[in-house]
Design a protein around this ligand. Structure first.
Ligand SMILES: [Zn+2]
Length: 285
């Protein structure tokens, strides 16, 4: 089956290069293309992280740090709240506007938790308005964070409820299923028509899938229970969080968690609907 990976990172920053080593990956386009081919991944949606500390002090969209992207990669523009200044906000918004006009831009990314603002804070509102105008979704980091400077209260999935109500015409994707607040994330996605869940980042490094299913049996069952409770597999989108995890192992894990009759939705169709722009870049058959 063809797969869309809706959540990867491509960055040569220390964090990702080191994390890649733990999952026997290398952050190069050649390697990424090879592992995409091995698993029949047709397209990866990269969450932009590069471009912090801009030389001119003006907050720019965080990107995959590449001038042009290969045909198997598109990106969501990250918001760098730390560099946003009132005086230069218009320059920032112009830079987003320019990149949103490129067909390789398919969404906007909010690093909630890493950035100390609630997702419904006014600082984000102009970006949500832009997402609405360009018909691209907003991916929000939810749940556990990779460093202890982040603040979990901003990354709690329940905070997405308010922004989803405030911007009913924007599609929001809660990354990582809000893990470990899976019950809360389930309710937010169940209640709000415009909220979806990506299944990336629920495991990391290299692991044996049989071992994982046994060792974390209760955790996996807990997740399956809430998925069944939500009762709508159109809400779940496959993503890996590569290079933080072995691509093959992660696909097999999610493959086993999702009932087989919903594989096509989760591994392909839902991404196509939520990230509607990718239709323009997906290879025609
Ligand atoms: Zn990520």
């Amino acid at each position: 089956m063809k797969i869309i990976d809706s959540h990867i990172h491509f960055s040569n920053s220390e964090h990702f290069v080191n994390a890649a080593k733990n999952s026997e990956h290398i952050v190069t386009l050649e390697h990424l293309e090879m592992i995409f081919q091995q698993s029949n991944i047709v397209l990866g949606i990269g969450m932009g992280v590069d471009g912090k500390d801009p030389a001119d002090g003006i907050s720019k969209p965080l990107t995959l740090g590449k001038e042009g992207l290969p045909p198997f990669l598109v990106q969501c523009l990250g918001i760098d709240t730390a560099a946003i200044r009132k005086e230069t906000l218009n320059d920032t918004l112009d830079a987003f506007e320019r990149m949103l006009n490129e067909k390789t831009t398919v969404g906007i990314k909010v690093y909630a938790g890493y950035q100390h603002f609630y997702v419904n804070d006014e600082i984000y509102h102009p970006f949500y308005e832009m997402a609405e105008a360009h018909d691209v979704p907003v991916v929000i980091h939810t749940g556990d964070t990779a460093n202890s400077k982040a603040l979990l209260k901003y990354a709690h999935p329940l905070t997405v409820d308010e922004v989803a109500v405030n911007f009913p015409r924007v599609r929001f994707v809660m990354a990582h299923y809000g893990n470990p607040w899976i019950a809360d994330a389930t309710e937010v996605a169940r209640k709000n028509e415009n909220v979806y869940v990506d299944l990336s980042g629920l495991a990391e490094g290299i692991f044996n899938v049989n071992w994982f299913m046994q060792h974390y049996e209760d955790y996996v069952n807990h997740m399956k229970m809430w998925m069944t409770y939500l009762g709508n597999y159109e809400k779940f989108i496959y993503g890996s969080d590569w290079p933080l995890v072995s691509m093959k192992a992660y696909i097999s894990l999610i493959w086993r968690i999702i009932p087989v009759e919903y594989h096509e939705l989760v591994f392909w169709k839902n991404a196509e609907l939520v990230f509607s722009r990718i239709k323009e870049v997906l290879p025609k058959e």
